[in-house]
Design a protein around this ligand. Structure first.
Ligand code: CTP
Length: 219
């Protein structure tokens, strides 16, 4: 039986005990995908960043709550198993503050924010995948505002993915926090499929169909 590892939501990178860098991801898309996999009786590990509490866990899944991108990376690498499917629906912060103050930074200190790059979780998963037999199926998302297809195809190749779902976040009703979305799927074996505007819950089912079709064709 296939094991699905699904990530969702944003990550938070704290500057001090009360301030952080993040993004407005709610976790709704990842939650819908994990729910769809549970409904089809797959074993599911759901790794959620601090998004909307409604999407913080999935009944019937193993739930892991994380805060930062490095926490999410550790949880993903611990959860991956040979032959599993990793769906990176999360929006991990790409950067974190170079220094984190253990005490509140005061206004009069006029702090300068220096950032360092976070690891890329999909790239680390792809590296781990070279040791797996059978290989895991790696699925990513690309949230883009311009040159959308070019960037999505570049991510598919550069992150060594099996499949990527492009999300044009410049269009109304799409992307972070929206109830609906429309996606274009590109797979490593050259397939392309449009998933027209629908609720994220309906799209969760269609995303799972795309992944399972690919898995059958691959095996
Ligand atoms: N992702 C990841 N690790 C990160 C950042 C992103 O694994 N540190 C994953 C996301 O979950 C998504 C895919 O990579 O599945 C693409 O994320 P996106 O934010 O569109 O792209 P980036 O790689 O961050 O590149 P850019 O910000 O330059 O578009």
């Amino acid at each position: 039986m296939r094991h699905f590892v699904v990530t969702s939501g944003p990550t938070r990178e704290y500057l001090d005990p009360i301030r952080y860098i993040s993004n407005p991801s709610t976790g709704r898309m990842g939650h819908a995908i994990a729910m769809a996999a549970v409904r089809r009786h797959y074993q599911v590990t759901y790794i959620a960043g601090p998004g909307n509490p409604e999407y913080s866990s999935v009944v019937g899944a193993k739930n892991i709550a994380v805060t930062s991108t490095e926490d999410m990376l550790a949880a993903v690498l611990e959860s991956l198993t040979p032959g599993c499917v990793l769906v990176m629906a999360a929006a991990p912060a790409d950067y974190r503050p170079k220094m984190r103050s253990p005490i509140k930074i005061k206004k009069r200190e006029s702090p300068q924010l220096q950032l360092v790059a976070n690891p890329d979780i999909l790239q680390e998963a792809a590296r781990r995948n070279t040791q797996f037999s059978p290989r895991a199926i790696l699925v990513g998302f690309a949230a883009e505002t311009h040159d959308t297809e070019r960037y999505a195809l570049a991510k598919l190749r550069e992150k060594d993915l099996d499949m990527i779902f492009l999300n044009d976040v410049s269009k109304p009703g799409m992307g972070f926090g929206a109830a609906t979305n429309a996606l274009t799927m590109f797979s490593k074996d050259g397939r392309r499929r449009e998933l027209p505007l629908a609720s994220k819950e309906e799209l969760g089912e269609k995303i799972l169909d795309c992944i399972l079709e690919y898995a059958v064709a691959e095996s």
